[in-house]
Ligand binder design. Structure first.
Ligand SMILES: Cc1cc2nc3c(=O)[nH]c(=O)nc-3n(C[C@H](O)[C@H](O)[C@H](O)COP(=O)(O)OP(=O)(O)OC[C@H]3O[C@@H](n4cnc5c(N)ncnc54)[C@H](O)[C@@H]3O)c2cc1C
Ligand code: SF4
Length: 338
């Protein structure tokens, strides 16, 4: 029986390998970082149900590590690929040198890169210690330490700014899909643990589809304040203990100044580095957004035997990634039967 090569060891790639190993199919999982887990490694409680990210990953990783049919290569990347389905020959660059792998199909699950807000000088990221990204905040909550970088104290107030690096002509024009849902979820988690902390969310539109709408209602019920605005700038007065956000509330047209001790930038998703060159090695296309292009329906590409799954084709939540990881595994298994 042939084998399947999976590129990317986030939740999507792990799910694909997990399903293929349940079917007794040989797999090689290639992850360029030292550890599996992708962006979920930084998260604690996740929307919509508050499941711990580690619980979603660890049991499956344990299963695939114990499977004799699975080879896991971390700190590794694809160098080149020749042949076509069912006889792909991949050359992999690993920490121990080059390794050749034969496979009947390839699942690309290389995910996304969190948007880097370094260029957004008007939000003071890199200038003010208490301006952080949502990923920084998620890590703090996961570690049980919500503290201001400037003074090591718990914040009395915290404000999220939405659509950072998304829906913006200067960065990415697309909506990153998950950042309204994670902001509402993280705000609710903070309110539960630190009820005295004043929480604000500055948004352009709140996009919380299906069950996440209940989380939005819950956040409002718990006292999280929502203002419709994309703020112009953030400043800190000399010797001041707080940051001031200047914005126009687009619901009533009023100019407002909001004082807050911490600012959280709700960053969206960018395509990971190397997406273009991977696309040309695999002879598949990318969308204008820079993410991989699916043809006709999710997971398929224009090349037989090359499948795309999870956020490699655009920002997605965990449940969609799990569904696509399984769908790609099923397609790879069908090809093997053929
Ligand atoms: C702050 C934040 C909070 C979030 N909270 C939630 C939440 O509460 N609930 C929810 O449903 N979703 C949430 N998300 C979205 C969630 O992170 C994604 O749904 C999920 O991580 C996508 O998984 P993935 O495996 O497709 O991609 P990733 O997690 O990006 O994993 C891709 C993997 O591929 C590897 N890789 C990349 N390129 C290569 C290459 N060329 N070769 C080999 N390996 C490669 C990467 O190193 C990475 O390990 C959140 C996102 C952010 C930014
Ligand atoms: S999900 Fe929300 S915060 Fe993220 S880009 Fe879309 S509208 Fe903006």
């Amino acid at each position: 029986m042939g084998s399947v090569l999976i590129l990317g060891g986030g939740i999507t790639g792990i799910q694909a390998v997990f399903n293929l190993s349940q079917l007794g199919i040989e797999t090689t999982l290639v992850e360029r970082e030292k550890e599996l887990g992708g962006n979920l490694k930084s998260l604690g409680s996740t929307f919509p149900e508050g499941k711990q990210a580690s619980d979603l990953i660890e049991n499956k990783v344990k299963e695939i590590r114990s499977s004799q049919k699975t080879t896991i290569l971390t700190g590794a990347e694809l160098s080149s690929i020749t042949g076509e389905s069912p006889d792909f020959k991949a050359s992999l660059k690993t920490s121990k040198g080059t390794r050749e792998v034969k496979s009947s199909s390839i699942i690309v699950a290389t995910g996304f890169m969190p948007f880097d807000p370094a260029e957004m000088k008007h939000y003071g990221f890199g200038k003010y210690e208490d301006v952080i990204t949502a990923l920084n905040l998620a890590r703090m909550i996961k570690d049980g330490k919500l503290l201001r970088n400037s003074n090591g104290k718990e914040p009395a107030s915290l404000t999220f700014i939405q659509c950072i690096g998304s829906r913006d002509l200067h960065t990415h024009t697309y909506c990153s899909y998950f950042c309204c849902m994670y902001a509402v979820h993280l705000a609710t988690v903070i309110k539960e643990k630190y009820p005295q902390c004043m929480l604000n969310i500055l948004y352009m539109d709140i996009r919380t589809p299906f069950c996440a709408e209940l989380n939005y209602e819950e956040a409002r019920r718990r006292g999280v304040k929502f203002y419709r605005s994309k703020p112009a700038k953030i400043r800190a007065g000399e010797g001041s203990e707080h940051l001031t956000i200047q914005f126009e509330d687009t619901l009533d047209g009023k100019l407002r100044f909001l004082n807050t001790e911490m600012v959280v930038l709700s960053i969206g998703a960018s395509p990971p580095d190397g997406t273009d060159s991977l696309a040309s090695s695999l002879k598949i296309d990318c969308e204008e957004s820079g993410f991989f292009k699916c043809e006709q329906s999710p997971v398929f590409t224009k090349v037989k035997g090359v499948f795309i799954a999870g956020s490699a084709s655009g920002p997605k939540d965990i449940s969609s990634c799990l569904a696509e990881g399984s769908a790609a595994a099923a397609q790879a298994a069908i090809l093997l039967r053929e």
